[in-house]
Design a protein around this ligand. Structure first.
Ligand SMILES: [Zn+2]
Length: 498
């Protein structure tokens, strides 16, 4: 294959119209698996959470987990879907080493929830994304390729299979195709996944952690000339972060534009997104639904949720994240744009809890959106996993408000908190970081600085007040940054003005 020069993104979207679609898998946080009583804890010893049912041993019979069905219905309701009054699970037949049954229990033409929508805000505008279906299925196990450099099968000496994840309930949420976004397609795709994550998190049915794989996203992209029919789509698999959702759509638009420019044809295939290079590479050519030989699952009874139960679940849905953001925006007194960055950083609940623990809205927002967001970005982890809790951040801010810490010292204390050294007050004490407020100690330090710098002191006595900065610096040095700089300056001027 010849290499084709890539157009710029701006050039690509000026000449082609993208159509995107997103398929998102959410691992539910149920105590037990979907069709057996096995535990579902993340990170357990391999193959310790398995039984004859989820290992697909002969004669084992599945029984549906009511909590999994309930969570799926609640997701469907939160996404404005209609809930089926009767539907069945289906067998999706294919062989994969991490799927012990040789079929996945899923749903095919009878999904539990259909025809909903999500309103997504970005750049001050709202976009309605149609939801085609929300269905229930089970997760597969995990294959580990070891002995190679990359963790991929190429170059590996052994492949190991862990079935702990096999049978954990998985909800698949499929959007309708979204045309008409133009150059904003990557940004809206990201905003959609962010909103979906927040909605599902608000329901408490999953921890929706992309880095742990409990929220996984496949992105479909196609291009067409303005006015022409939609093009052939590709499916970029398992995009593992919000940022990657945006980058995957963007890079696929550029790649497809280059192929079309060169007179080539887009092949319907799955592709893999490479985080490091920001590009996709081809995977397998896409199977058709008929390849899976779907048929209704004979070992499970149909699911027929009582409409009264569904109505009850609907009435008990929590406040929508978008409504909550509007309410909090008022309470916190911040702009819509600021609220959007708070939401995008995954900081809404963290700031809310920090305020509930006694911090002011401005104080809470400052730490989560400043120092802690920076750390989360640098280390590539979610803000909620950064190592400080809302209660600790509130305590830190209280120490600042009471004058025990200045800004610089507070950052050092936070560093200790994040490093696991304990709560802010304990870190402050252990590292000796408290602001020196003791007047006697400060006066001694000031007098020492004056005595050591007679030339500067003389200048200040002559009215050159600006020279005080050098003495303040000297005092801050002897107090290891633990003095209040303004108090030190006032004290210096007072001592030298007589
Ligand atoms: Zn099991």
């Amino acid at each position: 294959m010849t290499t084709i020069a890539l157009p710029t993104y701006e050039d690509a979207v000026a000449r082609y119209e993208p159509v995107i679609g997103l398929e998102t898998h959410v691992e539910l946080g149920t105590q037990t698996k979907m069709f057996c009583g096995c535990r579902t804890e993340f990170g357990a010893e391999p193959n310790t959470q398995v039984c004859p049912v989820c290992l697909g041993l002969p004669g084992a019979l599945p029984v549906a987990n009511r909590a999994g069905i309930e969570a799926t219905i609640r997701i469907g309701l939160a996404l404005n879907c209609e809930i089926a009054t009767w539907c069945r699970m289906a067998r999706k037949n294919y062989f994969y080493p991490d799927m012990p049954k040789n079929f996945q229990t899923s749903q095919y033409d009878e999904p539990l929830c259909v025809d909903g929508y999500v309103d997504v805000e970005t750049g001050g505008k709202t976009y309605r994304i149609g939801i085609e279906r929300v269905h229930l299925e089970e997760d597969t196990g995990k294959t580990l390729h070891v002995g190679g450099a990359t963790g991929r099968i190429q170059g590996a000496t052994e492949s190991l299979v862990d079935y702990n994840r096999a049978g954990i309930p998985l909800v698949e949420i499929v959007t309708k195709p979204v045309p008409g976004l133009g150059e904003l397609a990557p940004e809206v795709a990201r905003a959609y996944v962010t909103e979906l994550r927040d909605i599902i998190r608000s329901l408490g049915v999953s921890d929706v952690r992309m880095e742990q794989g409990s929220l996984r996203c496949d992105v479909n992209t196609s291009l067409n000339k303005p006015g022409a029919e939609w093009g052939t789509r590709t499916e970029t698999k398992n995009v593992n972060s919000l940022r990657s959702v945006e980058r995957a759509v963007r890079s696929e638009i550029i790649r497809q534009a280059a192929v079309l420019d060169g007179g080539g044809r887009i092949i319907q295939e799955t592709r893999h997104f490479h985080e490091d290079r920001g590009e996709t590479s081809p995977g397998r050519s896409k199977e058709e639904a008929t390849d899976y030989r779907y048929f209704p699952e004979p070992d499970l009874v149909p699911i027929a949720p009582d409409p009264a139960w569904v109505a009850e679940l609907k009435a008990a849905l929590p406040e929508k994240p978008s409504a909550k953001r509007a309410r909090l925006r008022e309470d916190w007194g911040i702009s819509e744009l600021d609220m959007q960055s708070v939401a995008n950083a995954g900081a809404v609940e963290l700031i809310e809890e920090t305020i509930a623990a006694g911090a002011s809205p401005a104080g809470a927002r400052k730490w989560w959106m400043g120092e802690l967001a920076r750390r989360a970005n640098e280390t590539g982890i979610e803000l909620s996993a950064v190592g400080a809790t809302p209660v600790q951040v509130a305590e830190l801010q209280k120490l600042v408000d009471s004058g025990k810490l200045n800004d610089k010292l507070a950052r050092a204390v936070l560093e200790g908190v994040v490093a696991g050294e304990g709560n802010p007050a304990a870190v402050m004490a252990a590292r000796g970081l408290e602001v020196v407020n003791d007047e006697g100690a400060l006066t001694a330090a000031v007098d020492e600085a004056i005595a050591a710098n007679p030339d500067i002191a003389a200048k200040i006595r002559d009215g050159k007040v600006a020279a005080a900065g050098a003495l303040v610096g000297a005092v801050m040095k002897t107090t290891r940054g633990q003095a209040d700089a303004k108090a030190v300056r006032d004290l210096i001027l007072a001592r030298l003005s007589a």
